[in-house]
Design a protein around this ligand. Structure first.
Ligand code: AMP
Length: 374
């Protein structure tokens, strides 16, 4: 996810896919202009990257020029097209191929057709890198299409949102849902994992449980797993540096996520600081944290029951469980204060039926969603 001005955008079309589409278009155009020297006309500003890459992919003699039109203001087309740079001189009698980055409502296409109809060109064709068939209302049939896309606001690869984003090599689409990043606190057995599984579906969030990632690594015998096992088996915390690097990698592997539920992280002040920095570096932030509360006696009972089914050795031994509680009280409880000071800590009663607890959590999250700007 990236942020431009006030909006978030998520990856949509990769640089490789764009280059493949351009290579195909260049071949199609070449087949139609074998014995000619076409003049390619890029529509500024958006098509500057497309024009450049298209020409590099075009295997034949050709010329290049530009017109400059403008119709976008912010997120939607105004429909009014201004001509800022007119038809270049010397194109009369020549074969012209317009290179347009995105074919949207058709207002720009209409203007281009009208501009060039006044000049006596030999052939007139339009190549659109991205074409929105559901939005296009024009009469002109686009001659060459790179990719058909649905009606999404896109940026990158020359396209902008109020001038930002043109330099991105990939194309991103507007993320129109509010972005929510949650931290779930709670002692072992509080139900973080169970609740996160419901919440991730309900709010379309990516659930990252550091405990699960460690267990996955242990199962697969990775270097990280071997290292983590020695700590987990004793009910101690894995060192911060290891855990922080692992979490960063998990976040970075999910650039399309609409937000995250961090479950079991941060557990120390250093981790909380690292999480804040990570969020800041991605122009994201923690929307809120929720502490699931329950008494130790209830939790011990739950964990011993879970240990019988899951086989987790750290759940089967009361001493190890107590050690995990102690780690929580000493290291994790102060982290909650860190969020409380920012007015980002919400306490929820973790005793009751699973769906009742999901309901309590949802009320907190719904309120957070309302606070977030779309
Ligand atoms: P959990 O499944 O969250 O109860 O985690 C199981 C064990 O994994 C913990 O007792 C720790 O040994 C280790 N672990 C999980 N998350 C972290 C973390 N954020 N920092 C350090 N150790 C962790």
């Amino acid at each position: 996810m990236i942020k431009l001005h006030d909006k978030y955008f998520k990856p949509f079309i990769s640089a490789e896919e764009i280059q493949e589409a351009i290579a195909r278009m260049a071949q199609e155009v070449k087949a139609d202009f074998k014995d000619e020297v076409p003049v390619f006309i890029g529509v500024l500003n958006g098509a500057f990257m497309f024009t450049s890459d298209f020409l590099k992919a075009y295997d034949g003699p050709c010329e290049v020029s530009f017109v400059k039109l403008s119709s976008y203001r912010g997120l939607s087309s105004t429909g009014i097209v201004e001509t800022l740079l007119d038809v270049p001189e010397g194109v009369s009698g020549r074969s012209v191929v317009i290179l347009e980055d995105v074919i949207d409502s058709g207002a720009t296409v209409k203007e281009l057709v009208s501009m060039f109809s006044e000049i006596n060109v030999k052939k007139f064709k339009i190549a659109g890198l991205f074409y929105k068939p559901d939005t296009y209302k024009g009469e002109y049939n686009i001659d060459y299409v790179g990719m058909k896309i649905s009606d999404k606001f896109i940026v990158g690869y020359g396209l902008d949102y109020d001038e930002l984003g043109r330099n991105l090599p990939d194309v991103y689409q507007l993320n129109d849902k509010p972005m929510i990043n949650l931290v779930l606190f709670g002692k072992p057995g509080a139900g973080k994992g169970t609740q996160a599984n419901f919440l991730k579906e309900k709010y379309d969030l990516k659930h990252i449980s550091t405990g699960d990632v460690f267990r996955f690594n242990i199962k697969n015998g990775t270097e990280l797993g071997v290292l983590a096992k020695s700590y987990i088996d004793k009910g101690e915390l894995v060192p911060d540096e290891v855990t922080i690097n692992m979490l960063k990698a998990e976040v970075e592997n999910n650039p399309e996520a609409n937000g995250f539920i961090f479950d079991g992280f941060p557990r120390t002040q250093a981790q909380a600081k690292a999480l804040d920095e990570l969020m800041k570096s991605k122009q994201m932030e923690i929307s809120g944290t929720i502490a699931l509360e329950a008494k130790d006696e209830v939790l011990i009972e739950r964990l011993l029951e879970r240990g019988k089914v899951s086989g987790r050795s750290d759940d089967q031994d009361e001493e190890k469980i107590k050690n995990r509680f102690q780690e929580y009280n000493e290291k994790t409880a102060p982290v909650m204060d860190f969020y409380a000071e920012q007015n980002k800590l919400h306490k929820v009663d973790g005793i009751g039926k699973i769906d009742e607890i999901t309901g309590r959590l949802s009320r907190v999250i719904d309120a957070l969603c309302k606070q977030e700007k779309v």
